[in-house]
Design a protein. Structure first.
Length: 375
C-alpha cells in the first residue's frame, strides 16, 4: 500500500513535511525529484510536476527506500500541489500525528541524543540552526562531565552540595532557553496595524524582496499573506495582515475578520504605528488591543511627527528606506532567544524528552539543596 502523510501542516510554526510510504516511493522520486536520494542522506533539489517546479525541498529516504520525507519550503498551495501529485501517482492520503521528519529508530547515532540531533536536522532551515544543533552532542557531553561528581566530591558531601547549587542554576537556565526549539520550529510573527501605516513595506524589507503588494491606499492588503523569512539566522513565518479599521467595504471587513485567526495563533504580534498620523482612533485601538506586542514606530523620517515618537517606546523605522529594519530584526530575534554572538556550544533542549530529563535533574539537585539547608 502506498500512503502519503502530511506530518507538519504549514502555518503551525514548523515546516511542512510530507511523508511517502510504500513501493512506489522510489519511482515517484525518480520521476519527480531532480537528484538521486541515497538512503539516510538529506538531499536538496527540485520537485516537479510535468516540468513545472513545485518547490525545492529537502528529501530524506529511509527504510530501504520505501519511505521518504519531503520537507517543503512553500506554503499551503505548495503543500496541496505536492499532495495532489502524490495522489495522482497512486498514493492514498492518510492522517498522521506530528513527529520528527526522521523517526528516531531510523536515525543514526551512538546514543539517543545523537539520534535526536540527526532526526531533527531536516528542521534546521538556516545555517545557524544547523550549527547550533550539530554542536549539541559535544555541548551536552561537556555539561554531563562537569555535572558528574568526581572521586573527591563523592568523598566530601559538602563539596558536592556546593557544586550542586551551581548546577541547579545552570539547569534552570537551560530549561528557560527555548532558542534551539524556535530555530527548529519557525515561530509565527503577525504584523498588524491600522491601514497604510507601512506594514507591507516593512514586511518586504524583512523578506529582503518584494512579496506583498503595497500602495498608498488604505485596504490594499485584502487578505493575510504569510511566508517564511530568514531573520539573520532565525526562520520565521511572517504574516502581513490587512489594516485593522472600521470599514463598510464588505470584502475588506471579511479579510480583517479572517486575519484575526492568524493574529491569535501568532507567537509574536508586531504592532506598527505611523508617526505622521495622530495616535488616536484606529492606531490607538490597535495599541490598546495588543499591549504585549512588539511596537514599531514607522515613518520616523518625517520632520513634523504628529506626536512624541518616544512616547510608546519600541523600534523606530523608515520602511521606504530600510532605516531601523536591522533593529527590528534584532528585536524579533531576541523575543525568541536568538541573540548576536549566540553561544553554539551551550547545551540546549529541543524535544519533550529532553525537557523531562532536565526537569527531573533539577528536582534532584533541589532536593540536595533542601537537604543541606534543612528544609
Amino acid at each position: 500500500m502506498n500512503r502519503a502523510y502530511l506530518l507538519t501542516p504549514p502555518g503551525v510554526g514548523a515546516i511542512a513535511v510530507v511523508r511517502l510510504m510504500g513501493p512506489q516511493v522510489k519511482p515517484f522520486l525518480a520521476a519527480h525529484f531532480s537528484r538521486p536520494v541515497p538512503e539516510g542522506r538529506c538531499v536538496h533539489g527540485d520537485l516537479t510536476d510535468r516540468g513545472d517546479v513545485l518547490d525545492d525541498p529537502v528529501v530524506v529516504s529511509f527504510n530501504g527506500g520505501n519511505r521518504a520525507d519531503i520537507s517543503l519550503h512553500g506554503g499551503e498551495w505548495v503543500v496541496q500541489s505536492v499532495l495532489a501529485l502524490a495522489r495522482k501517482e497512486g498514493f492514498e492520503l492518510s492522517e498522521a500525528t506530528n513527529q520528527p521528519p526522521i523517526p528516531l529508530e531510523a536515525a543514526d547515532g551512538a546514543n539517543i541524543l545523537e539520534r535526536e540531533v540527526n532526526a531533527h536536522l531536516p528542521l534546521a532551515r538556516t545555517e545557524l540552526g544547523v550549527r547550533v544543533l550539530l554542536h549539541q552532542q559535544a555541548a551536552w557531553d561537556e555539561f554531563i562531565r562537569r555535572a558528574t561528581p568526581g572521586a573527591a566530591e563523592e568523598a566530601h558531601l559538602a563539596r558536592w552540595m556546593q557544586k550542586a547549587e551551581g548546577l541547579k542554576g545552570e539547569i534552570a537556565a537551560i530549561l528557560a532557553d527555548k532558542g534551539l526549539w524556535w530555530l527548529l520550529n519557525p515561530p509565527r510573527v503577525a504584523i498588524i496595524g491600522a491601514p497604510n501605516v507601512g506594514k507591507s513595506t516593512l514586511a518586504n524589507r524583512l523578506f529582503a524582496q518584494e512579496r506583498v503588494i503595497t500602495a498608498d491606499l488604505p485596504g490594499t492588503t485584502r487578505d493575510w499573506v504569510g511566508e517564511i523569512a530568514n531573520l539573520d539566522g532565525l526562520a520565521v513565518m511572517l504574516v502581513d495582515t490587512p489594516g485593522i479599521r472600521q470599514t463598510e467595504d464588505a470584502i475588506e471587513s471579511e479579510a480583517i475578520a479572517r486575519s484575526g485567526e492568524q493574529i491569535l495563533s501568532a507567537d509574536l504580534v508586531v504592532v506598527v504605528v505611523d508617526a505622521t498620523r495622530p495616535l488616536e482612533g484606529d492606531q490607538a485601538d490597535v495599541l490598546d488591543a495588543w499591549p504585549d506586542a512588539l511596537r514599531v514606530v514607522n515613518k520616523t523620517d518625517t520632520p513634523t511627527p504628529a506626536w512624541d515618537i518616544v512616547r510608546i517606546g519600541g523600534v523606530k523605522t523608515v520602511g521606504t528606506t530600510g532605516k531601523g529594519v536591522d533593529d527590528l530584526r534584532k528585536a524579533i530575534r531576541s523575543r525568541f532567544g536568538i541573540v548576536a554572538g549566540m553561544d553554539e556550544n551551550w547545551p540546549r533542549w529541543w524535544t519533550a524528552r529532553q525537557q523531562t530529563v532536565l526537569q527531573d535533574a533539577l528536582g534532584r539537585v533541589e532536593l540536595v539543596a533542601r537537604m543541606r539547608d534543612g528544609d
